[in-house]
Write a protein that binds this ligand. Structure first.
Ligand code: CMC
Length: 370
């Protein structure tokens, strides 16, 4: 018998087709529905990108207005959701709070079991509106601050900042935040998206797929890296200590958070755009010290291991400068990636096949009870 070929971590395995995004590590490019992500980040609102991912084309002005109206109308949290968030100890991670609250949003939606495309688009818009409200509510409660009601004259990015901080920051900050949401929105068959597709493939509902995806995103090898990057920055403290810290960490065979990628081996296509946004924030807040640390650690990592930063490397410090608590960084990733997840749920649904691979058994040979 020939041994089955095993691809650990499914590395290099093409699991299905998708029309949502194309990652090309050779040309270092990422396209959403054919559009380079850099162009979308330069010119589009996050809502336009959400529409593009779900529907395949950019919205007409009327379609965009319809999406904005629906999203803005669903930003308030139900009292049950607030009560459940309040019941969770603040020692719990904000990703656990978000996972729990999103599950409740699903359980409160009487149409949750409806898997028609129309109902799934509506549920996706609902999550698009509710997740920022949950994230903002949780950060404020941890700081002992009162809830801030949504403002329906603001787009999603500005409103999330408003609901978190009680004010709309300067344009440069809102814009950097919008850029991060666009860049985080979608990335083909990454671990959390694949998780969402696996759940959908059993004919489960969209909310269940998103809850499972949140669990997958939490880990530091995936979305949890943006939080972990900030812990690294805090540990290092200042640029002059970067090389020494890195040598010790590499000596201990630790993975350096914010570096490396399963698909991109010559650098992450999204990093230059996010780094430019980070540079504008550094300028705005007068935090050249942070930029120096960033550059020193990157240069040292490239010199030692030839491993380049991924998107979490610039987005972690960017979220820090905006004023978010470090533990809130991965929930912000959820607020963005929920668009890609739900696009994949709908794509999987439309041409479904149960996802159920095989395993090669390596346990004991057949044996019998004495
Ligand atoms: N620090 C130290 N060494 C690394 C790192 C890193 N960040 N990334 C890769 N390597 C080493 C790895 O140990 C291996 O060395 P060796 O051949 O000596 O065993 C070599 O580089 C090749 O790595 P690989 O096995 O091909 O990497 P992978 O495709 O299995 O892992 C990864 C990809 C993202 C899990 C890994 O790079 C990593 O753990 N990075 C740190 C966590 C991180 O930043 N995650 C965010 C990923 S991207 C955005 C997102 O999803 O949020």
């Amino acid at each position: 018998t020939t041994e089955p070929e095993i691809r650990k971590g499914l590395a290099g395995v093409v699991a299905d087709t998708t029309a949502i995004s194309k990652v090309n590590p050779e040309s270092n490019s990422l396209l959403y529905r054919g559009y380079p992500v850099q162009e979308l980040a330069a010119r589009c609102s996050f809502e336009e990108v959400a529409w593009l991912l779900w529907h395949g084309e950019l919205p007409t002005p009327a379609e965009l207005a319809g999406l904005q109206e629906a999203e803005r109308a669903q930003r308030a949290l139900a009292p049950q959701v607030r009560a459940v968030v309040d019941a969770i100890p603040t020692a719990a991670h904000p990703m656990d709070v978000l996972r729990t609250a999103v599950s409740l949003v699903g359980a409160l939606d009487p149409t949750a079991a409806d898997s028609s495309r129309e109902a799934e688009v509506a549920a996706s818009v609902r999550l698009l509106a509710q997740i920022p409200a949950i994230v903002a509510y949780d950060q404020r409660r941890r700081r002992g601050q009162d809830v801030v009601e949504p403002r329906d004259d603001l787009d999603l990015a500005a409103n999330l900042l408003h609901m978190t901080f009680g004010e709309v920051p300067d344009d440069v900050v809102v814009d950097a935040f919008r850029v991060s949401l666009v860049l985080y929105a979608e990335h083909s068959f990454n671990a959390s998206t694949f998780t969402a597709r696996v759940v959908t493939s059993t004919l489960s509902d969209l909310y269940s797929a998103v809850v499972a995806a949140i669990g997958a995103l939490k880990g530091p090898l995936h979305g949890g890296a943006n939080e972990a990057v900030m812990h690294v920055f805090d540990q290092i403290g200042s640029a002059d200590r970067a090389e020494e810290w890195l040598d010790r960490a590499l000596g201990e065979k630790r993975k350096i958070m914010g570096f490396g990628h399963r698909v991109y081996k010559h650098g992450d296509s999204r990093v230059p755009t996010m780094k430019a946004a980070l540079d504008r924030l550094v300028e705005h807040y007068g935090r050249q010290d942070l930029a120096e640390l960033y550059d020193r650690l990157e240069a040292a990592m490239v010199a030692r291991k030839s491993i380049r930063p991924n998107l979490d490397y610039p987005s972690g410090p960017a979220y820090h400068l905006m004023g978010f608590d470090t533990a809130t960084f991965t929930p912000l990733f959820v607020a963005a990636r929920v668009t890609g997840w739900t696009a994949h749920v709908m794509e999987q649904r439309a041409a479904n096949s149960l996802i159920r691979p095989l395993s090669a058994y390596v346990g004991p040979e057949e044996r019998h009870l004495p």
